[in-house]
Design a protein around this ligand. Structure first.
Ligand code: NAD
Ligand code: GLY
Length: 365
């Protein structure tokens, strides 16, 4: 596998369909991604960590295009409205017309903010995702959810705005810290756990190769997860139903992230522990077998991901945080649970006493 033979997955959305290319050397393969650039203006949005590593490579492909860059500081705290305003000012300074293109070069923070800026400029212009974290390659760059945070909460403002192409150059993962890499693996496991039992079995067989970042296994894992997500997005682009399943483990995970003030667990780590708690709750509700929970635990463990709630969490506080989740309706808990590996489902009116029992057992409280 190399730049001339990347894996290609199509996200099938009629006239808005787009390719996801996965392989090595893709940022430098401008002949390929320039086809997604329709006009003569481009704004590269990146951050102060990623830009020094990869911006030149992208810029080299922009011969004949009037381009500039807009960099945000590193971190979730900078996924803000204020930075969207600055990105729009940068587009204005560039003289960007309706056929301009925003290029998002970075992880999910950059991708969400750049995509939302593209959705806002002149009511929506093109953008290309160039994800540089594993999480962004397998999740946030695909499917068109864009947005920013408010002080009141994460991702409260946004738009569905699909990219014109996704360029997942796995060369960029060579500089990604190990903990961030594992976070992306949690999102890979999540896709398989939700709806693809054969992929789950494949991950069990290739966990060692993935933990060691072996190319062939890595590209295959990214491609399978993207193919799964592309299917869900094609069937339910704006999350009227099935797409909500992609949030397996999130309600538990967000509560853990919030209770830990976003410093104890990274998002993907919260999702990993959250999936285990969702599996334990499913088992307690008689929906799934203990053997499925055990397989999930073993796989996450083999990939170096946490499976237990860290010490010091209060089960009652976690339950209260879960009550704030956007998925809830009319004061009752609505969770993504499963009937076993590859069979997630949305369950409304979940009994809080059962949730609390699972949280108590997990926290020893
Ligand atoms: P991130 O963008 O903060 O990147 C993680 C860290 O890795 C950052 O410090 C970043 O600077 C650094 N980094 C990025 N690429 C690098 C590279 N190649 N080499 C070295 N360092 C690199 O975090 P993330 O995990 O990529 O994304 C999380 C964000 O994605 C959150 O804001 C979340 O809300 C969002 N998200 C969106 C969707 C969606 O569908 N739109 C889905 C999942 C998550
Ligand atoms: N990350 C969830 C979604 O894209 O719907």
């Amino acid at each position: 596998m190399n730049a001339s033979h990347p894996q290609t997955i199509d996200v099938a959305l009629g006239t808005r369909s787009y390719p996801v290319w996965i392989g090595r050397g893709l940022l430098g393969d401008a002949a390929r991604w320039r086809a997604a650039l329709r006009g003569r203006h481009a704004l590269i949005v990146s951050n102060t960590t990623v830009a020094p590593l990869y911006l030149d490579k992208v810029a080299q492909g922009l011969d004949g295009v009037r381009w500039s860059s807009f960099l945000i500081d590193d971190g979730e705290a900078h996924k803000t409205f204020a930075n969207v305003g600055r990105a729009l000012e940068a587009l204005a300074a560039l003289g960007a017309t309706r056929d301009a293109c925003v290029i998002a070069l970075g992880g999910g923070v950059v991708g969400d903010l750049a995509g939302f800026s593209a959705a806002c400029w002149m009511r929506g212009i093109d953008f290309i995702q160039m994800p540089t974290t594993l999480l962004a390659m397998v999740d946030s760059s695909v499917g068109g959810k864009t947005g920013v945070n408010l002080p009141a909460g994460k991702n409260l403002v946004g738009a569905f705005h699909q990219p014109r192409a996704v360029v997942a150059d796995i060369d960029t993962l060579d500089t990604l810290p190990a903990r961030e890499y594992r976070t992306g693996l949690a999102e890979v496991v999540k896709g398989a756990a939700i709806g693809d039992p054969a992929f789950f079995a494949w991950l069990e067989a290739h966990a060692g190769a993935l933990a060691a970042r072996e190319d062939a296994a890595l590209v295959e894992a990214i491609a399978r997860k993207v193919r799964y997500k592309a299917g869900v997005v094609a069937r339910d682009e704006t999350e009227q139903g099935e797409r909500a399943l992609l949030n397996l483990g999130h309600t538990f995970g967000h509560a853990l992230e919030t209770a830990g003030h976003y410093t104890t667990l990274l998002h993907g780590e919260g999702v990993a522990v959250g999936m285990v708690l969702a599996a334990q709750l499913s088992e307690r509700l008689g929906m799934s077998a203990a053997a499925d929970t055990q397989r999930l635990l073993r796989l996450l463990d083999a990939l170096g991901l946490p499976t237990a709630v860290p010490a010091g969490y209060d089960p009652q506080q976690l339950l209260e945080l879960m009550r704030l989740d956007k998925k809830n309706t009319a004061g009752t808990l609505r969770l993504i649970l499963w009937r076993g590996i590859g069979q997630a489902e949305i369950v409304g009116g979940v009994d809080e006493a059962q949730v609390l029992a699972v949280l108590r057992a997990a926290t020893g409280g």
